[in-house]
Design a protein around this ligand. Structure first.
Ligand SMILES: Cc1cc2nc3c(=O)[nH]c(=O)nc-3n(C[C@H](O)[C@H](O)[C@H](O)COP(=O)(O)OP(=O)(O)OC[C@H]3O[C@@H](n4cnc5c(N)ncnc54)[C@H](O)[C@@H]3O)c2cc1C
Length: 437
């Protein structure tokens, strides 16, 4: 029997969709694997907006990586932040200066939101990428209503009841629709001094339409549906300032208690670690087999990499693309270990685009099949429940959604971290909630 320590060592950095898929598909291969992540959980980012809008609890969309891999004896899980790669020495560097050697390295470190050179906006307009981001946004949304209830100055009260979402991609649209429903349905009987139905939700987009990845008719339908929910949609209006008082877009200066950033993506620094060629968003331009040019033993997959799909467009930064890339890397590693010829170059298969608008409507574009409305929402819901991990989570999420659907109630409305005196939703001076769960 082979000494396990002599087996080919695959190090996977990042336990997101791409990294986990690679580990999953290497089951039974003659390798030992170390998976390293800076967080102890795998996160189902497509439902993060539901944590941010008080519909789901954090534990319903995230799972401890160690637990997910508990039955894989050949896999070691490490909670650590990778800070560099020494490609010549074939080892990754961790934040404490220690090293992990590899035979094959898979970089699957994802991306974060980007502020187009205006990082100073972040404290006023948090983005949505991690569980901390989601709970920060949830806290700001719920806190804004609490402060408005106590506010006696009508102008300040109106500002507190104004929510601006910047960026009308799927996340911006989902946030805007859900906040509008939260204000008009869920909270409508809970306050005595404010009418939550007067809440303004403004969705600001620099481009000419919402959900630009969809066809024009589906995009127009989404816009109309948002407006029916009471969302004001401001298109073709780039944001030029964000601050404690509010936001400036186009010629409009709007006082707003809560601003949420849902525009722009910046890849993890993996390209810098290797001095690899990258696109403007910092994504490594990978070879057709997903290796990094000049490093046949290093793969880059998911949101931290970029390549063109068969139609000549870049492979989109979505979960199915990350999973397909992770699966491809596992195939290449297996073939190499067997001494087989390399598999065909990576070929991305687009399965479709889905987006929800509030809790009753969605749009779906499966190419030849396009759906909109309530039926699309049910398909969206079933697809997302299917992709969650574990029966308990599936049941729990389904029940939360059913409850919200039938009773307009959202189960996760607790404001944690901070007492009444600290209820300052848009205040960056104190560092506000940065990093608070
Ligand atoms: C709010 C939101 C909504 C989305 N909605 C959808 C949707 O509806 N449908 C869809 O298909 N896609 C959606 N996406 C996109 C999708 O989530 C990403 O495309 C997918 O997560 C990419 O997978 P990945 O494995 O490349 O990266 P990720 O899933 O981001 O995983 C990267 C992992 O690497 C870890 N990591 C990063 N840096 C380091 C480091 N230095 N050291 C150690 N570990 C590190 C991170 O902690 C993380 O666990 C959404 C994304 C967001 C943010």
């Amino acid at each position: 029997m082979t000494d396990p320590s002599q087996l080919h060592h695959v190090v996977v950095v990042g336990a997101g969709f791409a990294g986990l898929q690679a580990v999953h598909d290497l089951a039974g291969a003659p390798v030992r694997i170390t998976i390293i992540d800076q967080r102890n959980h795998h996160l189902f980012q497509p439902l993060l907006y539901q944590v941010a809008t008080a519909s789901l609890a954090t534990s319903e969309i995230a799972w401890p990586i160690r637990h997910l891999l508990r039955n894989r004896r050949e896999v070691t899980t490490l909670l650590a932040t990778v800070t560099g790669v020494e490609a010549d020495a074939k080892r990754v560097v961790l934040e404490d200066g220690s090293h992990i050697p590899y035979d094959t390295l898979v970089l699957a470190t994802g991306a974060r939101h980007a502020y187009f050179g205006h990082d100073e906006w972040e404290p006023f307009a948090p983005g949505l990428k991690t569980l901390e981001d989601a709970t920060t946004i949830r806290r700001r949304i719920l806190t804004a209503f609490e402060r408005a209830e106590r506010e006696t100055n009508p102008e300040r009260q109106a500002a507190l009841l104004t929510f601006v979402i910047i960026g009308a991609g799927p996340t911006g649209v989902e946030l805007a629709g859900t906040i509008a429903e939260l204000a008009r349905e869920t909270l409508k009987r809970d306050f005595r001094h404010i009418d939550t139905a007067r809440t303004r939700v403004v969705l600001v987009e620099a481009g000419p339409r919402v959900l630009a990845a969809f066809t024009e008719d589906l995009s127009a339908y989404a816009r109309k549906s948002l407006e029916k929910l009471g969302v004001e949609v401001a298109l073709g209006q780039p944001v030029s300032a964000c601050g404690p008082e509010g936001v400036v877009y186009g010629d409009t200066r709007l006082n707003a208690g809560t601003i949420i950033w849902a525009a722009g993506v910046q890849a993890s620094p993996a390209a810098e670690w290797l001095g690899a060629e990258a696109d403007r968003a910092g994504r490594i331009k990978v070879e057709p087999d997903l290796t990094v040019a000049g490093h046949p033993d290093i793969f880059a997959v998911g949101d931290t990499a970029t390549m063109l799909a068969p139609d000549g467009k870049p492979v989109p930064g979505i979960a199915p693309a990350a999973k397909q890339a992770g699966a491809h890397v596992a195939r290449v590693i297996r073939a190499r270990l067997k001494g087989d010829t390399a598999p065909q170059p990576f070929r991305y298969h687009h399965q479709g685009n889905l987006a929800t608008i509030g809790k009753r409507l969605a749009i779906i574009d499966f190419g030849r099949i396009k759906l909109r409305g309530a039926l699309a929402w049910w398909i969206w819901g079933l697809a997302h429940i299917y992709f969650l991990i574990g029966v308990r989570n599936r049941l729990s999420v389904a029940l939360s959604w059913l409850w919200a659907y039938v009773r307009d109630q959202r189960s996760s409305r607790l404001i944690t971290q901070g007492s009444a005196g600290e209820l300052r939703p848009n205040d960056a001076k104190k560092g506000a909630e940065a990093g608070q769960p």
